[in-house]
Structure formats: C-alpha cells, structure tokens
Design a binder for this molecule. Structure first.
Ligand code: RIB
Length: 300
C-alpha cells in the first residue's frame, strides 16, 4: 500500500563491519572475528525502512563512483534513486565495530561525498517535490539548515533526526520542523536538560512547541511527546545480535505508520516492533523488516 511520498535527503555509506570481543582501546591492535561490507548510512537505512514500510520514497544524496552498489541497494528495496548524484569524490564510509556479546556498536564515519552535495542540486530537487510532501533529514550531509529552510518555504513537512548530533545542531532552524527524532544524548544536548526521559521529552516539547517529538531510549523503549501529551512505549524484548540501524528503522517505521493514519500510540508500537526485528538480525539496511512483519503482527 502506498500512502504519500517522502523525499529523504540523506547519507549513503559503505559500512565496513568488524565483529569484536570488545571495542579497540587506544594503543591496542585487535583482531576481528568477522568482516562484512554492507550498504548503510543513516539516510540510506531510513529510506529502506520507509520503503519497506510501504511509503513511496525518493532518496536524494551523493556517492562517488565506487559507491554504485549503494544506489543499487536502494533500488532493490524499491526506493526511487533519480536524485542520487554520482561525483568524483570518495563515497562516505563507516568503520563499525560490533561487540559480540553486547551487540552494541561503535562507529567511525568518513563523510566523503555526503558532505559535497551542491547547493544548486539541493534547491532543484526540493523544488521538484509537490507541496505537502514530507522531507526527511539526518545530520550526515552538508547544508542541513538550508534544506530545512528551503523545504519549509516550499510547503514541505519536515522530519529531522539530528544524528550524529554536533554542537552546530543547536543553531539549526529546528523550530521549522514538524517531527524530530532524538536519542537521550541528543535531547540533552539540544535542551541542556540532564534528567530522565520524561524531563528530556518535556524539555524538547517546550523548546519546540507545535512539533512532535520522539525520544528513543535504546533497549528501554521510546517516548513520544506533543505539547503536554506524552506516550511511553517500552522496547520489545528480543535477543539482540547487532543494534546498527535500530534507530533508523524506528524513524522510518514511525513516519510510515503516521502516514498510514495510525495514532501516535499505534505508530510507536509499530516502530518498536520494527526496530526489535532489526536488532535481532545482522547488518544495517539488510536487517530492516518488511511491512507485513510489522503491520500484520497485531490489529493496530
Ligand atoms: O545508523 C547506522 C548508520 O550510521 C550506519 O549504517 C553507518 O553508516 C552510520 O551512518
């Protein structure tokens, strides 16, 4: 079922994934028990999640010549790649350590082409979208504030996941966003609130009135907040093997459920189930579930 369309302007990374007993320490040389090359990047993962969840998804971003398999991966998941630009710059890549026992990861990012998207291409692509479409953004590409401002001017609805969160995000025009996804660290950084998840969600809602806020809490679950309305949704307990792209899956499925007309509570439940499936599988984009695995699971 296709609902409405989303333009996701975001990163595309080649993920080099190493399985380790513990994260490598300063001065240490560590052998890895496993090595995989996967399609990743918060942008690409979120496009795959949206598309798998049944949303007509257009991905915009930039790769180098050696990154063509990233575009092919998006296409294999039915994502429209007409706005993926190929240039003479190295494709973005990530060195990801996955700890065998905890399934936690540690990521070193080289942005490459993700930070070289020309402004005129950004403007042209934004203008090609009908007013009322959603624009989804993360913080792994250049000129995010420009995209937020221009997107809003053109009548797009803005969903933003400020990950990875840099000090600069505090000065982005976040008041123009309609939906913001943050983890606890990002929420604390944006609000200077140090308290528990309710206080963080409340502080985000106070700072960005009129905006829907989702604070993800890892294996604890997530909080949704709009004004003074709040919902806490616990995570679905599962044996985790790799947490990479859990947050991206949550973002994609929450937005997809919302676009299907589901309530915030239903959308939170779908997103929680989808990300629990993702963490039970290895890899980034390839671990994201299909719509039926999530939407057919219960009578939402
Ligand atoms: O959110 C997970 C993603 O973060 C990985 O796929 C990696 O590429 C980094 O962007």
């Amino acid at each position: 079922m296709e609902i409405t369309q989303v333009l996701n302007f975001g990163s595309l990374n080649i993920d080099h994934v190493y399985t380790v007993d513990h994260f490598v320490a300063p001065g240490e040389t560590l052998s890895s028990a496993g090595y995989l090359v996967n399609a990743g990047g918060k942008g690409l993962n979120q496009s795959v999640a949206l598309s798998r969840a049944g949303v007509k998804t257009l991905h915009a971003g930039m790769i180098g010549r050696e990154g063509s398999f990233l575009k092919e991966t998006l296409e294999s998941f039915n994502v429209d790649t007409r706005h993926v630009i190929t240039g003479d710059v190295p494709t973005g890549h990530a060195i990801i350590q996955v700890e065998k026992n905890s399934a936690q990861n540690s990521i070193l990012l080289y942005p490459g082409a993700n930070m070289a998207i020309p402004l005129d291409a950004m403007e042209r692509i934004l203008r090609s979208m009908p007013s009322g479409s959603w624009l989804l953004l993360q913080n792994e590409i250049n000129d995010v504030p420009f995209l937020i401002r221009e997107g809003k001017k053109l009548g797009l609805k803005i969903a933003f996941n400020p990950a990875p969160c840099s000090a600069a995000v505090g000065s982005y025009p976040l008041h123009l966003c309609d939906l913001i996804f943050v983890n606890e660290i990002e929420a604390a950084q944006l609000t200077s609130e140090q308290g528990g998840h309710n206080r963080l969600a409340a502080a985000m809602a106070t700072r960005f009135p009129g905006c829907e806020i989702v604070v993800t809490l890892g294996k604890e679950g997530a909080v949704w907040r709009r004004g003074s309305e709040e919902i806490f949704e616990p995570a679905v307990p599962v044996k985790a093997v790799d947490t990479t792209s859990a947050g991206d899956t949550f973002t994609g499925f929450f937005l997809a459920a919302k676009l299907r007309g589901m309530t915030p509570l239903e959308s939170m439940k779908c997103a929680a189930l989808a990300s629990s499936i993702t963490v039970s599988r290895h890899g980034a984009a390839i671990s994201i579930p299909a719509a039926e695995e999530v939407f057919d699971a219960e009578n939402y």
